[in-house]
Design a protein around this ligand. Structure first.
Ligand code: DC
Length: 231
């Protein structure tokens, strides 16, 4: 017998924003609170960047980069990112890897090569996806789209703390300069530039604690769920 229940796609919450806006932390906590899966799309770009260094592919060789991405053996297990079966979770957090990720992310061929891998994370009961173009390109039908912002100073201070905790050296002036450069590159590229989706909720986290930001996103999600019939 045919089911008469209408089909509702697996819910996705997208959290986009600039580097060090806190989206990774907020996304992970929202996912944990709702019992949803998590996609850290930046980690995929960072893994591709790290692989391009290992396989000596120049950051401007878009065609070879796209081929490399097609063949990459990437796994995420219990919060760890693996490349060719080896844990590289810490290595991909280095600033050089982030800067290279931002460079290779400007090529449309690289972005296209990563689309299917990102969409494969959409599984029941739901997904929280963080990145730059989650709401605009990868999951345009997301039930909730959030765009996190924070002043460049607040973001540099957070990134500084994060890097020191991970055992990397860090200098505030260098970080401020790098963040400004990376923002400009991510926002001005022609392919999927960093910008809020037309239907995104804006959340400035400069003066918010992580818990307050998480609470706001969960509240928006609950409000949006009330507007949809139950599965
Ligand atoms: O979020 P992050 O700092 O880990 O991302 C690293 C770089 O990857 C970022 O500078 C731009 C790129 N990126 C992207 O272009 N699109 C995404 N969805 C995620 C990251």
């Amino acid at each position: 017998m045919k089911s008469t229940r209408p089909f509702y796609p697996t819910p996705v919450i997208t959290i986009d924003g600039p580097t060090a806006s806190g989206k990774g932390t907020v996304a992970a906590l929202v996912a944990a609170q709702l019992g949803f899966h998590l996609l850290d799309s930046g980690a995929l770009y960072r893994l591709a960047a790290l692989a391009s260094v290992r396989y000596a592919i120049a950051p401007d060789d878009a065609e070879s980069l796209a081929k490399l991405i097609d063949d990459l053996h990437i796994t995420f297990r219990e919060g760890l990112a693996q490349l060719d079966g080896v844990d590289v979770s810490n290595e991909i957090r280095a600033e050089e890897v982030g800067n290279r990720a931002s460079m290779i992310a400007a090529h449309p061929a690289v972005r296209t090569a990563l689309v299917a891998r990102q969409r494969a994370f959409r599984k029941l009961p739901g997904l929280v996806a963080d990145g730059r173009d989650m709401g605009t390109v990868i999951f345009p039908d997301a039930v909730l789209k959030v765009f996190l912002t924070a002043s460049v100073e607040a973001r540099a201070a957070r990134r500084h703390k994060q890097l020191i905790q991970k055992g990397f050296s860090a200098n505030m002036d260098d970080l401020l300069r790098d963040l400004r450069e990376r923002d400009a590159r991510d926002s001005n590229r022609a392919a999927a530039p960093l910008k809020p989706a037309a239907d995104a909720q804006l959340l400035d986290t400069s003066a918010l604690s992580v818990d307050q930001a998480v609470e706001q996103v969960v509240q928006w999600y609950q409000e949006s769920s009330q507007l949809r019939p139950a599965r």
